[in-house]
Design a protein around this ligand. Structure first.
Ligand code: TRP
Length: 441
């Protein structure tokens, strides 16, 4: 089986050049070798944005557009929305017991981030403990590799520690992930600050217009001691030259600019102009792709729904193993038949044979009552009635052929659905389902 990648971003807004060289480039390259999952971590984004949950939805789309624009291939890579995989939250809760307060308090990235944001009412527990939920993000997908920027290394170390504890304590079901740093582990901001970061307002975004990029570049911090173009300038630690090193493929030009800068024979404007042109070589095509996808919101939506569906399948399987490992697999209610990954479930009135069948955006799975043939669609807990599509029958068929037949149905007298006289067979379900597909549930 192909090794797996899981990495992700908080949807706090569009992504910037720091994301690009820190991790996105790696993801684009590695998606051909690895089974890749990208998590849009909206639950994590809430940890320091909980006053504004209404911003998440639009930001999720922004991040998705950035992914697609840089070359993430939705036919390969699964883009997963974190909140739509609630199993991650469950795993986080189990992980909380495996981490001490002292360990969390030592996390250097969280410490730095706490300093950066001034939490007026103190640090929320959710923010402070997000390394634990991030460990759940990574391990629920059984990721081998996590491409990230340098600031995320403590999170991966935390995840590794948790995996060792979990596997030692319960059963070896989780995988210790490895980090993979990008070409530039930490890109400085346009202000010369240590890190490009939205909260520091020192970013060039992947979706920025040409004019915006030019403006950002032209106002970049350079050597503060250099007043006239004839003053000898410092190249080291000068973000304009750091960017030249990273983004300008014309190494000879960069060397020449550096020499002239040191000698005081080139002005900031020329150095920045050339940087702007180098950046445009990269950002131009990205911008074009981004606009193209932005014009197809339905397609982007479909990518998110399908990626999330596939991601959730992996997460569900891991959680089954996690619960088994921990022994949290008991059932007290005889009416509750285990919702296995095969997809059987029962409530008081019906035995549902759950068939993942529709690829349409909303109809995630169909449930057919194996006794009376009633159908329903279950999507995110909302029960809606819909017409069972003809072309979904073959999936029910293959389901049955794989031998996944309803077992151990315990029906009580209160069950109003009428069991068929003969043993259930596919044809029967098909016919019953057809005749009753309009019925309201
Ligand atoms: N913490 C990451 C960031 O701020 C985003 C993230 C959430 C992530 N879950 C993840 C990264 C899992 C890697 C793996 O950028």
């Amino acid at each position: 089986m192909a090794k797996r990648i899981l990495t992700g971003d908080r949807p706090t807004g569009p992504l910037h050049l720091g994301h690009y060289v820190g991790s996105l480039q790696n993801r684009v390259k590695l998606q051909h070798e690895y089974d890749t999952y990208l998590l849009i971590a909206d639950v994590q984004a809430l940890t320091d944005n909980f006053e504004h949950p209404e911003r998440l939805e639009a930001n999720i789309v922004q991040v998705a557009l950035d992914y697609l624009a840089v070359g993430i291939d939705p036919n390969r890579t699964k883009i997963v929305i974190q909140s739509m995989v609630p199993e991650i939250t469950e795993l986080t809760t189990y992980f909380m017991n495996l981490v001490t307060v002292a360990t969390l308090e030592r996390n250097p990235t969280v410490k730095e981030e706490i300093k950066q944001r001034n939490f007026t009412r103190g640090v929320p527990v959710g923010f402070w403990s997000y390394p634990i939920s991030q460990a759940a993000d990574i391990t629920i997908f059984k990721a081998d590799l996590v491409p990230v920027g340098e600031d995320q290394l403590p999170m991966i170390e935390q995840a590794r520690e948790i995996v060792r504890r979990f596997n030692g304590l319960y059963a070896p079901v989780l995988i210790e992930p490895q980090p993979r740093l990008g070409a530039v582990a930490r890109l400085p901001g346009t202000d010369g600050g240590a890190k490009m970061s939205k909260s520091l307002n020192n970013c060039i975004y992947l979706g920025d217009s040409s004019e915006q990029v030019r403006k950002r570049v032209m106002s970049m911090y350079t050597d503060p001691n250099r007043i006239r173009p004839t003053d000898p300038g410092r190249v080291e630690g000068n973000p304009v030259f750091t960017y030249h090193d990273v983004f300008n493929p014309n190494k000879a030009e960069v060397e020449e600019l550096k020499q002239r800068y040191r000698a005081g024979t080139v002005g900031d404007v020329e150095v920045k102009e050339k940087l702007f042109h180098a950046l445009e070589q990269i950002l131009g095509p990205i911008r074009e792709e981004r606009n193209r996808y932005a014009g197809q919101p339905e397609m982007v939506r479909e990518v998110l729904v399908e990626g999330t569906r596939q991601g959730r399948e992996v997460a569900n399987e891991t959680m089954r193993q996690v619960r088994d490992a921990m022994g949290i697999n008991y059932r007290f209610d005889p009416q509750v038949i285990r919702l296995t990954n095969m997809g059987f479930s029962a409530n008081r009135d019906h035995n549902w044979l759950i068939v993942n069948s529709l690829s349409g955006a909303e109809e995630d799975n169909i449930a057919v009552c194996s006794r009376c043939g009633l159908t329903r669609s279950a999507h995110e807990g909302k029960v809606r009635v819909f017409r069972l599509k003809r072309n979904s029958f073959h999936q029910i068929d293959s389901f049955m052929h794989e031998g996944m037949v309803v077992v151990d149905m315990r029906i009580t007298k209160s069950n109003p659905c009428q069991p068929p006289k003969k043993p259930i067979n596919f044809e029967e379900i098909k016919n019953l389902a057809t005749s009753q597909s309009d019925q309201l549930l």
